[in-house]
Design a protein around this ligand. Structure first.
Ligand SMILES: CC(C)(COP(=O)(O)OP(=O)(O)OC[C@H]1O[C@@H](n2cnc3c(N)ncnc32)[C@H](O)[C@@H]1OP(=O)(O)O)[C@@H](O)C(=O)NCCC(=O)NCCS
Length: 175
């Protein structure tokens, strides 16, 4: 199995596996209440927790792909993550993303998501990618719609209901 620790490059972004040197930025991102608000995940509590999450992230070894760091080419800085994650409980590959608030509203999530979807279909030969989003997360829903995902149902886990969006290779949005 090939391990794709380097992901797609776009006009403004490079994607690569999250490394231990990203720990401080990864902690800042994943402990920011504004970022975590609609993710359904608890904020990280410490830098050690962030380091541990990075060091024990298994996906590049188990399935060969995962969430990638988004590196802004203009600065070389870690500005968030985006990528594809295999969810065994759904037997589906999920598109997930998270960016620092100062980078919101510039089309960066859309740019990263489009590239990850294309990578999923063209390199990984996936036949479907899903997106799970809380109904209140209007910005994220907009991103999913802009990249061509379509609402396909709801999933309730531990009392919380998320919308399930889907895209297949033939559905790719030309926008
Ligand atoms: C969701 C998120 C990734 C979007 O990132 P981004 O780089 O700002 O996204 P883009 O600029 O590519 O697109 C955002 C779109 O949402 C729209 N939008 C933003 N806030 C909105 C709101 N409150 N209601 C409706 N639309 C909204 C923007 O106008 C834009 O659409 P447009 O291009 O048609 O104008 C970012 O807000 C984020 O990191 N949020 C916290 C983490 C998170 O929720 N991740 C997703 C979990 S499912």
């Amino acid at each position: 199995m090939e391990s794709y620790r380097t992901g797609p490059e776009t006009e403004r972004l490079q994607h690569r596996a999250i490394i231990i040197d990203d720990a401080e930025a990864f902690f800042a991102l994943n402990s920011d209440p504004d970022v975590m608000h609609y993710t359904g995940e608890p904020p990280l509590q410490s830098l050690d927790e962030a380091r541990n999450a990075i060091l024990t992230y298994p996906d590049f070894e188990t399935v060969g792909y995962g969430r990638w760091a988004c590196i802004l080419k203009a600065s070389g800085g870690f500005i968030g993550f985006c990528g594809l994650k295999y969810l065994p409980e759904l037997d589906a590959v999920d598109l997930g993303y998270r960016f620092f608030p100062e980078y919101w509203g510039r089309g960066l999530a859309t740019e990263a998501c489009r590239a990850c979807i294309e990578f999923g279909f063209e390199t990984l030969k996936l036949d479907q990618i899903i997106g799970l989003v809380l109904p209140e997360n209007a910005a994220s829903i907009r991103v999913l719609e802009k990249v061509g995902m379509q609402l396909a149902g709801e999933i309730t886990t531990e009392g919380e209901t998320a919308l399930r969006y889907e895209i297949r290779p033939d559905d790719q949005a030309i926008v």
